[in-house]
Design a protein around this ligand. Structure first.
Ligand SMILES: Cc1ncc(COP(=O)(O)O)c(C=O)c1O
Length: 472
């Protein structure tokens, strides 16, 4: 290709490229495989602050998804950014075989937090992205047991690397990538609004759990040898609240019952807190709502508020002590990078000094009550629910039940068009969509969102909904 045929990028410092030029460059040079091009027109953002993103024309977008719950403590959080800047000027780079204070104290804080909560000793192992930490947890499980098959939930999401895809339920994510011999056995999640067994929540007596228990009744159900009670499956991977699956909250006693069954067969419980951890649900870990102790917790996203990423795994001592999981079992160049550990440590201090256990449930209740108000007005809002500041709005046809993905998409695109006017000026709304039918708004606002901003979010959402309904 001659130089003339190439789209000019511009070489001078400070060159401002037009939006159209940037989109042309993106269409030509960016892989689309590393993202999801859901929106009708792709937005290019320039700045952020608190709960807001700003596009290149200065239009303000209220963000109700906060980078899929990675930026929980608000964009450009002054305190967290300061900690990162301080680390940039002190020790920004360090190979991970050498130690630095922030890594050690961050690991200690997380391990001590779990020791207080679960009365269990354990250790913390770092990596960079959520899927990588998930892979590390699989190595811990395999190393401990010598076995590799696991259970996971239908609707569960654990990432897109090969091993994470094998335990993520969507076949679409695996379809083009060959055979997954270690694919999980997927078990129905207690998604009560759309019960997989067509039961009614208040009368079902946890029928789904009983169906799971039945798998262990005879060796001919293909999971257990009744003669020695040994199970072919070594762990159960779960999100306490399904994230990408549509912020689904299980009935209160479900996990207690599940853990009871797993304990009988020595099956480890692996808690994926990558999306719900660090107070999204009003508790440090979402699993704390359900009074069980996991064997491994996998975390990522909000630990650094989306700044230099750090993910990781906490595991019980028996799984991770250096005697069983020795040096070099799995590691990555950037695993405990100093910029990430410095940000993570400051997040932990911020949490210790804040009252999130009180403020998040309170804000969540207010948000949920406003959503319930909208539900009364619009039959197309089939279900709303929430735990802390993890809220779901399930969009349906007029019958309040048939999933309506088209309506959902129209609302998203109207929000991203930046042409709403609630609150008295031109504005946009950033919403994330999840759910088995891609018809659920998974709402995860900043922890510092105010009641006034929640009201603004409701007004913007209602405006987009009215316009979307008119377009039908
Ligand atoms: C529950 C859960 N697990 C795992 C992952 C994968 O994390 P990452 O995208 O950082 O690889 C995600 C990401 O959305 C998630 O929500």
């Amino acid at each position: 290709m001659s130089n003339k045929q190439m789209i000019r990028v511009g070489s001078k410092n400070g060159t401002v490229l037009s939006e159209d030029r940037l989109l042309d460059l993106e269409a030509k040079y960016c892989s689309w495989g590393d993202t999801v091009h859901y929106a009708e027109k792709l937005n290019i953002f320039k700045e952020s602050n608190g709960c807001y993103l700003y596009d290149r024309n200065g239009v303000e977008f209220l963000d109700l998804q906060m980078w899929y719950s990675a930026a929980n403590f608000g964009y450009r959080n002054k305190r967290l950014n300061k900690a990162l800047k301080k680390q940039v000027d002190a020790l920004p780079q360090l190979a991970c075989q050498y130690l630095h204070e922030e890594k050690i104290t961050l690991a200690a804080k997380l391990a001590q937090k779990n020791e207080r909560t679960f009365e269990e000793k354990g250790r913390v192992h770092f990596n960079v992205g959520g899927s990588s930490a998930l892979e590390d947890s699989l190595k811990l499980v395999r190393n401990y047991s010598g076995r590799s098959l696991v259970f996971a939930f239908m609707g569960g999401y654990h990432g897109r690397t090969l091993a994470a895809s094998a335990i993520t339920s969507s076949f679409r994510y695996r379809e083009k990538f060959g055979h997954f011999g270690d694919r999980a056995m997927f078990v129905p999640f207690p998604y009560c609004f759309r019960c997989p067994y067509d039961k009614k929540k208040d009368f079902c007596d946890l029928y789904c759990l009983k169906q799971f228990e039945k798998l262990f009744e005879t060796e001919y159900h293909s999971v257990v040898n009744k003669k020695n009670a040994k199970c072919e499956f070594v762990a159960f991977y779960a999100e306490a609240i399904q994230g990408t699956g549509g912020y689904i909250i299980p009935p209160q006693d479900y996990f207690l019952g599940l853990k009871d069954i797993l304990d009988r067969y020595g099956i480890l419980f692996i808690d994926d807190e990558i999306q719900m951890g660090f107070f999204r649900t009003g508790k440090f870990w979402a699993i704390e709502h359900f009074n069980i102790t996991p064997d491994i917790i996998v975390f990522g996203k909000a630990l650094t508020n989306g700044l230099n990423p750090i993910s990781g795994v906490w595991a019980k001592e028996k799984l991770i002590s250096p005697d069983v999981f020795p040096p070099g079992s799995t590691h990555s160049t950037f695993s405990s990078n100093p910029l990430g550990t410095a940000a993570g440590l400051e997040v932990m201090r911020l949490i210790e000094e804040s009252d999130f256990a009180v403020s998040i449930p309170k804000k969540g209740r207010y948000f949920l009550s406003r959503l319930k108000g909208l539900q009364k007005k619009y039959p197309q809002i089939g279900d709303v629910d929430g735990l802390g500041l993890a809220l779901r709005v399930e969009m349906c046809a007029k019958d309040g039940y048939t999933p309506d993905k088209e309506l959902t998409d129209r609302i998203v695109n109207l929000g991203l068009s930046g042409s709403l006017s609630a609150g008295g000026k031109k504005r946009g709304l950033v919403l994330d969509v999840g759910g088995y039918y891609k018809n659920v708004f998974t709402i995860a606002p900043s922890f510092y969102i105010t009641e006034k901003e929640i009201d603004l979010g409701i007004d913007l959402f209602e405006e987009a909904l009215i316009k979307a309904l008119k377009k039908q």
